[in-house]
Every structure is written in structure tokens, then in C-alpha cells.
Ligand binder design. Structure first.
Ligand code: ADP
Ligand code: MG
Length: 259
């Protein structure tokens, strides 16, 4: 990202403690338009705390979260979502009670700020657009199935369609592939990347598989004990001594990094 290019999101000095635990300390970073940015770091590094401050679930102790220049730190999750910061893989409690397509239709209705009450008798509302979104995640054949019957990997793809229904500028994905096997992980992130590149959506994601991180991320930021210790492309992260030290003994290797 060039210096002059406006960022979709900028963190400035973001800080959060829980009692005596400094979960996130003075983290500053920028996410450019259309960038596919991975945040990595050992368990407890502060990744989820960062995500939860960005999406409004947690209020920072200090620091700024600039969304296209506007400080949204401490805003309610709903208001942040309406500004175009979407979250995947955080399904609504009602997800299982609806069919696959009803879940996507509900997201489209919500995005258009229409009333749910008006929707109930009109099951056809946004159906064509919902089907189109399902087709993009290869789930159109399951449109009228109850969501509770879906296999785990299929739920993830429907969740992606739901997130895209909100037409986000930035997607936050905290461990989107948790619980998946290696092939399935690759497949999901590959699908996400293809869909967001087409739309120019920026993505901030966490992922435990270094293979996936090095294969897909445009840029990688590394957290350790709440601090940002590295920010760069795959090659610079792979060669970073401090990053290697942080991962030493955690069982993670950088075997997937391009040579
Ligand atoms: P990561 O997602 O990188 O594994 P987290 O952001 O979940 O890390 O956690 C960072 C640190 O903050 C950890 O030490 C964790 O135990 C602590 N922490 C996270 N959330 C809470 C909370 N709600 N209350 C107390 N401590 C928390
Ligand atoms: Mg986490």
C-alpha cells in the first residue's frame, strides 16, 4: 500500500487490558483497500481482542479505530456493521431455525433496513439475489434445506454468503477455518479470496495454518503478548528472527512459506 492510498481501516495505539492482563498494547496498523491481511501470533497474543474492539464487542481502553478516517472506537456493533465492517462466521442464534435461503434473505432484508415483520408473508423477497449469493458459494442446491441439517463446511460457506449480503468494505474473520481439515481450510480461504478480490473487499483474518497464511495473505502482521512485532510480506515475516523466536516451541513452523 502506498503512503497516499487511503486505508479502509487504521488502528492507532489500540490498547486493552483485562484486570492485570495487557491483552492488546499500543497496536497500530493500516488495512488498504482490497488487501487480504493475516494477523498471526501464538494463543493469547491478543488477536481476538483486537477483532472484538474493531467490531464493537469490546471498548478499547485507549487508541483509535479509524474506518475510512472516522473514529469508530466504542461504537455499537450494529453501527460498525452498518458502516460496512462485516463479520463472517458468527451466525445468528436463529440460524438453525431457518432454511439456508431464508438466512441469506434475512441478511439482505437487514442490509436494506426493511422490517422483518413485513417480510414473513413475503418469502419471495430478495429470493433471486439470495440464490445468486448462494450460487457464488456453491450452495444453491441446498437453498431450501433447513440450515440445521448442513455439514460444518457448508455452514461456513452459507455464513460467507450472509456476510456478503451486507456488501461490506471490510470483512473480519477470526479463525474462520477452526475445526476444519487441511484441504477444507484451503478450499474455504481460496473461495473467500476469489469472492473478495472480485468485489474489492478488504479482509483481516486470523488463521492457525501457516500454509494457508503464506499461500493467501497479501501481508502479514504478527502479535505477541499484545504487541505488534512485525508487519510485512510473507518473505519478510518468514525471515524475521523475532517472529521465529515467538513461535519457537509452539509446534508451528514456517514450512509453508515460499522459499
Ligand atoms: P488470541 O485471540 O490471540 O488467542 P486473545 O485476544 O483471546 O488472544 O487473548 C489475549 C489475552 O487476553 C489472553 O491472555 C487472554 O487470556 C486475555 N483475555 C481475553 N479475553 C479476556 C476476557 N474477556 N477477560 C479476561 N481476560 C481475557
Ligand atoms: Mg483468538
Amino acid at each position: 500500500m502506498s503512503v497516499s492510498e487511503p486505508s479502509i481501516l487504521e488502528l492507532r495505539g489500540l490498547t486493552k487490558s483485562f484486570g492485570g492482563v495487557h491483552a492488546v498494547r499500543d497496536v497500530s496498523l493500516k488495512i488498504g483497500k482490497g488487501e487480504f491481511l493475516a494477523m498471526i501470533g501464538p494463543n493469547g497474543a491478543g488477536k481476538s481482542t483486537c477483532f472484538n474492539m474493531i467490531n464493537g464487542q469490546l471498548e478499547p481502553d485507549s487508541g483509535e479505530i479509524l474506518c475510512e478516517g472516522k473514529n469508530i472506537a466504542g461504537f455499537a456493533p450494529r453501527d460498525i456493521w452498518r458502516l460496512g465492517v462485516g463479520r463472517t462466521f458468527q451466525v445468528a442464534a436463529t440460524f438453525c431455525s431457518m432454511t439456508v435461503i431464508e438466512n441469506v434473505q434475512t441478511a439482505l432484508i437487514s442490509h436494506a433496513r426493511e422490517s422483518y415483520r413485513l417480510w414473513r408473508p413475503a418469502a419471495s423477497r430478495h429470493r433471486a439475489r439470495a440464490l445468486n449469493l448462494l450460487a457464488q458459494v456453491n450452495m444453491q442446491d441446498a437453498a431450501d434445506r433447513p440450515s440445521r441439517e448442513l455439514a460444518y463446511g457448508d455452514v461456513k460457506r452459507v455464513e460467507l454468503a450472509i456476510a456478503l449480503a451486507n456488501d461490506p468494505k471490510l470483512l473480519l474473520m477470526d479463525e474462520p477455518t477452526a475445526g476444519m481439515g487441511a484441504g477444507e481450510r484451503h478450499g474455504l480461504i481460496d473461495l473467500v479470496k476469489r469472492l473478495v478480490v472480485e468485489r474489492g473487499i478488504s479482509v483481516l483474518f486470523t488463521e492457525h495454518s501457516m500454509d494457508v497464511v503464506f499461500a493467501f495473505a497479501d501481508r502479514i502482521v504478527v502479535l505477541a503478548r499484545g504487541r505488534l512485532i512485525a508487519d510485512g510480506d510473507a518473505a519478510s515475516i518468514r525471515d524475521n528472527e523475532q517472529v521465529r523466536d515467538v513461535y519457537f516451541g509452539t509446534g508451528k513452523t514456517f514450512a509453508g512459506a515460499p522459499a
